[in-house]
Unconditional design. Structure first.
Length: 169
């Protein structure tokens, strides 16, 4: 329930036209709730971007905290913190997308907040792994292998190239 006694179960109001200034006015943060978000072609949905931003901020903070906490205990000789972040992100994205996919009655706004915002900022490695698994599940084994190996090799080449360019400057 929002402060103005509107149900959070309904669909958020949609803008009638891009010139409707009433719906462009900022809403108080307390009135935001996770309501289903309908996205029509060409429509701007501020709530979607706000949910992604909030999730992204929390995911970035969580990544920093986990990495720093692990590095403080294990040192920095091997990137245990990054490894833990990547593995926990893979576990969480696998659970979250499967759980949400099985519950059609679940509010779609959660997808913007958690898997896209939070996990997206926490680790993009989990997205890479999820896409590889999805490709494998579809039966496209060669495509999945090309994607996995190509991402690894081309990613290393891109990191090397970026580093070489920075060193050259």
């Amino acid at each position: 329930m929002t402060p103005d006694r509107e149900s959070c179960c309904g669909v958020i109001s949609q803008r009638d036209s891009p010139t409707n200034e009433e719906n462009l006015a900022p809403k108080p943060l307390a009135s935001l709730c996770l309501r289903p978000v309908r996205v029509l072609k060409g429509e701007f949905t501020l709530q979607k971007y706000l949910l992604i931003a909030i999730g992204g901020a929390l995911g970035s903070i969580a990544r920093f905290w986990v990495t720093a906490a692990v590095a403080g205990r294990t040192g920095i000789r091997f990137p245990y913190g990054t490894l833990i972040v990547n593995l926990t992100a893979c576990l969480v994205i696998g659970f979250t997308l499967t759980f949400m996919g099985k519950r059609v009655d679940m509010n779609p706004a959660w997808r913007f907040l958690f898997p896209i915002g939070f996990i997206g900022a926490y680790s993009t490695f989990s997205t890479y792994e999820w896409e590889t698994l999805s490709t494998l599940r579809s039966g496209a084994f060669v495509l999945a292998a090309l994607y996995a190996v190509g991402s690894l090799i081309l990613g290393l080449i891109a990191v090397w190239a970026g580093s070489a360019i920075a060193e050259a400057l």
